[in-house]
Design a protein around this ligand. Sequence first.
Ligand code: ASP
Ligand code: MG
Length: 429
Amino acid sequence: MKVFKFGGASVRDAEAVRNVAAVLKLYAGEEIVVVVSAMGKMTNALEEIAYSYVNKKEDTKKLLQGIKRYHLEILEELFSDKSRPIFEQVNNAFVEIEWILEDEPIKGYDFEYDQIVSVGELISTKIVSALLTETGINNKWVDVRDFLKTDNTYREAKVDWELTEKKIKELLLPKLSSQESGGVVVTQGFVGVTSENYNTTLGREGSDYTAAIIGSLLDAEEVIIWKDVPGVLSADPKWFDNTEKLDALSYHDAIELAFFGATVIHPKTIKPLQNKQILLKVKSFYEPKEAGTIITATKEVSEDQQKIPSFIFKVDQVLISIIPRDYSFIIEENLSEIFKKFANYQVKVNLMQHAALSFSVCVDGEVNRVPNLIEELQKDFKVLYNENVELVTVRNYDQKTIDQVTKGKKIFVEQKSRQTARFVVKNNG
Ligand code: ASP
Ligand code: MG
């Protein structure tokens, strides 16, 4: 069997959803678990609702209307007959959000976020499943919450691997080989469930990870991530003109690229697949017959491919410098205290620099977490910070590529290892 993951861009409008069906037709007769993200930018839109609800802003209802309209337009374009059950199913999903909004947000942002935002995937999968049926592709919609069990770390839930394995084998496997499903199962990325049946999410862009979890637990022959790019590129075309597609990458390199911020694959995706040596492919849903990028064991990757420089930009970063008030050295006790705070506020450290009198870290500029963390740190330390900086990583660097990425920028931090050069920079002016 194979696991396919279709991200937001691959289901952003009616035409894209039809294209998912076209891709699946190329694999007729195969057993496939199809993991789908929320449509287009719906996760961002649902995030806004969660934020607005928890902070008791005025526009919550209006935001929800916008999301409804977006989905309804897609539905109407896909299905001319409005009496189809799919219309009611999607409507019911919105009612779930409306119920939440009627209550007081007493359980905190992260909890409410997961209850609200996960609805995006429930809806997108319903729509995809209905459209597949419509185009003659038998399939079965499966609620991921029946098998993907997590702890209650909302917004960054940890998978209960043992229980998930048990459930997935009990529930998903039989469906995959059943007559009724025709071998195709459609389920939600990004979403999980606690032992108390509350929705959780696995962290932004977590649908890739879902695909990897399913692929590794079911020993898939391969996992394919379908994207709007030809494969893994040497740089994000958003920031660079000259990008090169990498034909093959080792698991190790892929983990490093993802860890440093390449957005093409979610960082947690590769390890479960590497452990079982399951092939991961990144392919274009526009050109599904092209080879894309293959991620596999190092020995399968040619030396030329291993030398191509890759650039990774992380924008909207905050550089925080932490200085003991008494100008004591940053010693182990301080550091363990500092790290505990980062963990408590769930702020991800992307780079650190340790000097005699200060300790600096570059983190994602998360509006709900970073200001609180800084406030907390200020109780014990002097804290300086610089917002809107960028973190640039160059793998397989040379001076030319470094000049290229740092041109016209002020450099705050510079770190080099044998293979990787990293810079915290800000645009001049
Ligand atoms: N829809 C979720 C997000 O946008 C998960 C995903 O797309 O992978 O973060
Ligand atoms: Mg998405």
